[in-house]
Design a protein around this ligand. Structure first.
Ligand code: ADP
Ligand code: ASP
Ligand code: MG
Length: 427
């Protein structure tokens, strides 16, 4: 891995060493915190200029500055209760549009010829689902032309143009997907996701300060992590990268040190457990006292699916005297719809009670070594029991065991599990 300090036009070595391997074409995505203020934008521009002078060709993808997306969402809420999707997308995408122009100005000051592109200009064609549009196609002709002309294209993240010619937003965290899709469309050597931590950690470093950066993580593990609460990278971008064979490198825009590489294969000498995640974004619904006969579950979950509610963990108790309870989890945002839907069925099903519980959390233990090592679930349950944490629901995949616990015990659960599986220990 090369490591060198490149001199700026002023002749003085600035900033941290550029430590990524010299490759021909890189897509570099900078998250909100990484371009959060003018100083950060200038620091990013300085780093990019050193990458370019080293010989790399780079395309940037930029998020809205700092908490700008939240601020725009708040403004919309203050002004309107209807918040039409088309106008929401016009509003939210303005955050990224502002950021790309500012980044280009800083790049110009660093001596680079840079050009900003909205999602539409960069060739992102999406479906018409406002606020959560899906990419249908990327036609990066202008980006290619800019690269060939020796310019640095700077693309607004998380946006595109719909098949009906309207501006669309790809949803929260969509800039990661923009970067991955662009890397695929351009045939880039790597997609680098720069953020405010130095990579993917064994657990959320805000909850466990001893959490360790993972030098490598497999796609399978990262997909499990991002679907159970790890916010970085956005899950859709990991799926896209996996499906299209894009090389992903998650790394720091603060220390610039090498971060986490996402690999197709399982790392050799793999620990049984690689990471612990937690997710507080779900709520629980319980349908108590339903007759235990064929068709009850089918009726409930068909009705929920028809309302577009995505159901996660489902638990049905053993029936007593022909009566059982069914519990399941749904995203918080869908709790009201889920409760209303099941309430409507209560009489038809003969259920005694329908209730909702928003104060739950899912804690998950993830590791591809679980495929061949029995006992991980047992250790997880013992560890939680010793900490006096009650398990409400359990679900598993081949490389994951998840427990639903009380929300106020989630962080403690993560801490004891991280310690029990020795994830903070030196390699
Ligand atoms: P960005 O704004 O750069 O796109 P996010 O703010 O969405 O990035 O996500 C980065 C944050 O994710 C980090 O600040 C970190 O605290 C948090 N995080 C939670 N779990 C993990 C984990 N396992 N590994 C790395 N970061 C994590
Ligand atoms: N700015 C948007 C968000 O905060 C998109 C992104 O950064 O990925 O969700
Ligand atoms: Mg962030």
């Amino acid at each position: 891995m090369c490591q060198r300090l490149v001199r700026t036009p002023l002749g003085r070595a600035r900033g941290a060493p550029v430590t990524s391997p010299a490759v021909a074409l890189l897509v570099q995505k900078f998250g909100g915190t990484s371009v959060g203020d003018p100083e950060r934008i200038r620091t990013v521009a300085d780093y990019v200029s050193r990458c370019v002078r080293r010989g790399d060709r780079v395309v940037l993808v930029v998020s809205a500055m700092g908490k700008e997306t939240e601020e725009l969402l708040r403004l919309a809420g203050d002004v309107s209760t209807t918040r039409p999707g088309r106008e929401m997308d016009m509003l939210i995408t303005a955050g990224e549009r502002k950021a790309i122009a500012l980044v280009c100005m800083a790049l110009a000051d660093a001596g680079l010829d840079a050009e900003s592109y909205t999602g539409s200009q960069a060739g992102f064609i999406t479906d018409t689902r406002h606020t959560d549009a899906k990419i249908l196609e990327v036609r990066p002709d202008r980006i290619r032309a800019a690269l060939e002309a020796g310019r640095v294209p700077v693309v607004a993240g998380a946006q595109g143009v719909s098949t009906e010619n309207d501006v669309t937003f790809l949803g929260r965290g969509g800039s990661d997907t923009t970067a991955v899709a662009l890397a695929k469309a351009l045939g880039a050597d790597a997609c680098e996701l720069y953020t405010d931590v130095s990579g993917v950690f064994t657990t959320d470093p805000r909850v466990v300060p001893e959490a360790k950066k993972m030098a490598k993580v497999s796609f399978d593990e990262l997909l499990e992590m991002t679907s159970t609460g790890c916010p970085k990278p956005a899950m859709r971008s990991v799926e896209y990268a996996h499906r299209h064979g894009v090389t992903l490198h998650i790394r720091s825009a603060f220390t610039w040190e090498p971060g986490t590489w996402v690999t197709e294969e399982e790392p050799m000498e793999h620990a049984v457990v690689s990471a612990i995640t937690h997710d507080v974004s779900e709520a629980k619904v319980t349908v108590a006292g339903v007759p235990d006969h064929p068709g009850v579950a089918a009726r409930i979950f068909r009705a929920l699916a028809d309302e577009g509610v995505v159901v996660d963990t489902i638990v049905q108790n053993t029936s007593e005297a022909g009566v059982t309870d069914i519990s399941f989890t749904v995203p918080h945002a869908d709790l009201a719809v889920a409760l209303a839907t099941v309430d409507c069925l209560q009489e038809e099903l003969g259920a005694v009670r329908v209730s909702g519980d928003p104060d739950i959390a899912r804690v998950s233990v993830i590791g591809s070594g679980m495929r061949t090592n029995p006992g991980v679930a047992a250790t997880m349950f013992e560890t939680l029991a010793e900490a006096g944490i009650n398990i409400d629901m359990i679900s598993t995949s081949v490389i994951r065991t998840s427990c639903v616990v009380r929300q106020d015990q989630a962080e403690r659960a993560v801490q004891v599990l991280h310690a029990a599986f020795e994830l903070g220990a030196p390699y």
